[in-house]
Design a protein around this ligand. Structure first.
Ligand code: FAD
Ligand code: NAD
Length: 396
């Protein structure tokens, strides 16, 4: 048939928003839309630090995709993308092949290990439901082992590599969780060490210094030991080696040292920087009028020529814009230039604590923690309306 085929890869922040907007704007039989995702659920990446530490449930962190889209309008394919074949406009899945006229790539990023030896093998990462389930179970198991072995200190030493937003948010949850685990497993809390190692001179490089100081104070009070201006040089099966020669023995190493674009994107032959593609003003890959790249795999520069950090809010706005542009392309109408509108940055620091910058206003403590909940609830509302807010929202 002559109906254009639109294929969306990835049902993350970018992919879901694209699918929902297409489903809203397209007329009956105007296009075939297929959404491909490895799992039949969408996970709320911005929430993963909580189930990773065990301070919230997995179920509050994922939503069944069929609840978010209209399956009469969008074909949902649960499969893993293996290869994007640009020359014959095909996507190879683990169990089939799809051809497309328009392709949206929203596969999300991957942990960047910068080639640091041992990290890929021995450190855990916060990237999916499966990876955070592993972290949570692993941590709890260390406490159990500690009591059954000869109290080896490395069982209750914890290393978090990188103090960007992911590292800080995770270490805060971990610090909230440890006292409860100590109680449950009869471990003296003063024996436990939580190290957050950061290569830059301070946590959250580039963020408002007074809020960084506030965050570090809150976390130090919760028992976190910061090692600043020191890089992880190597990861071993039972710890890390730092660039000052020090070795920290720890059975648990969680790497939050940065992300890169998905390897499938560079494997497809696009020109990339750390796996991310510099897209044009309409969010298309250079040289491909029919391919849109959004979210953590795209690279967009601000007026000063610096790349925007890859965030959920960026992915969401791109999802809406690329859907509108695909509809415009199909209808031979003019497309909209993407412009990022920054709604602010909010980070949680565990229960009742947070930091936030909204416009030129800065918030810390309880207010920022409430803002974080608001942002989370707003997202649930956008993708699933009131029912999803009531089902998965955290109000307390
Ligand atoms: P993702 O949301 O990562 O979605 C990618 C999707 O593609 C997933 O569903 C995945 O299963 C699927 N997929 C991947 N590979 C394949 C494959 N081969 N085949 C099929 N499907 C595949 N940003 C903020 O703005 N605010 C925050 O508070 C915030 N907090 C964060 C906290 C943590 C702990 C982390 C890790 C990140 C946080 N971020 C935050 C960043 C934000 O989560 C990402 O920028 C955002 O998720 C990117 O969206 P995306 O659509 O590109 O990809
Ligand atoms: P990041 O790149 O922002 O931070 C990684 C940190 O690890 C950096 O501070 C870096 O200096 C450090 N690092 C790198 N190599 C190291 C080494 N060898 N040893 C020690 N430290 C090392 O990565 P992230 O925190 O995962 O964030 C990824 C993206 O997601 C960012 O764009 C971020 O803004 C976004 N995010 C936002 C929020 C939020 O808004 N609340 C939360 C999480 C993530």
């Amino acid at each position: 048939s002559s109906i254009p085929k639109i294929v969306i890869l990835g049902a993350g922040y970018g992919g879901i928003l694209t699918a929902q907007r297409l489903q809203k704007e397209l007329n009956y039989n105007e296009a075939d839309v297929t959404l491909v995702n490895r799992h039949d659920y969408h996970y709320i990446t911005t929430h993963l630090h909580m189930p990773a530490a065990g301070t919230d449930s997995i179920e509050n962190t994922r939503v069944s995709i069929s609840k978010l889209i209209d399956e009469f309008k969008i074909d949902l394919v649960k499969s893993s993308v293996q290869e994007i074949r640009l020359h014959d406009k095909k996507v190879i899945l683990e169990d089939g092949t799809l051809s497309y006229d328009y392709l949206v790539i929203g596969l999300g990023g991957e942990p960047e290990t910068f080639g640091i030896p041992g990290l890929a093998e021995h450190a855990m990462t916060i990237r999916s439901i499966n990876s955070v389930r592993l972290i949570r179970e692993h941590i709890e198991y260390q406490f159990a082992l500690y009591k059954n072995e000869r109290r080896p200190q490395e069982r209750i030493n914890f290393v978090v590599g990188g103090a960007g937003f992911s590292g800080i948010e995770f270490v805060a949850e971990l610090a909230d969780r440890i006292p409860r685990l100590c109680k449950e497993y009869d471990v003296d809390p003063t024996l436990v060490n939580i190290y957050n190692v950061e290569a830059a001179p301070a946590a959250l490089p580039g963020f408002a210094p007074e809020l960084v100081e506030y965050a570090m104070n809150v976390l130090e009070k919760k028992g976190v030991t910061f090692k600043m201006g020191i890089a992880i040089k190597e990861c071993l099966p039972g710890g890390v080696v730092l660039n000052n020669g020090e070795e920290i023995r720890a059975a648990t190493v969680v790497w939050t040292g940065g992300i890169r674009g998905n390897r499938l994107v560079e494997a497809a032959g696009f020109e990339t920087m750390r796996g991310r593609v510099k897209v044009d003003e309409y969010l298309r890959a250079p040289g491909y009028e029919n391919i849109y790249i959004i979210g953590d795999n795209s690279l967009i520069f601000n007026e000063e020529g610096r790349p925007y950090p890859p965030t959920a809010q960026m992915a969401m706005q791109q999802g809406v814009c690329c859907a509108q542009n695909i509809v415009a392309a199909i209808r031979d109408k003019s497309m909209r230039k993407f412009e990022f509108s920054n709604k602010g940055t909010v980070a949680s620091l565990g229960r009742g604590e947070g930091i936030a910058v909204v416009g030129d206003k800065k918030y810390q403590g309880w207010k920022a923690a409430q803002l974080k909940k608001l942002v989370d609830l707003r997202y649930l509302f956008i993708i699933g309306g009131i029912p999803l807010v009531l089902k998965k929202g955290r109000f307390l």
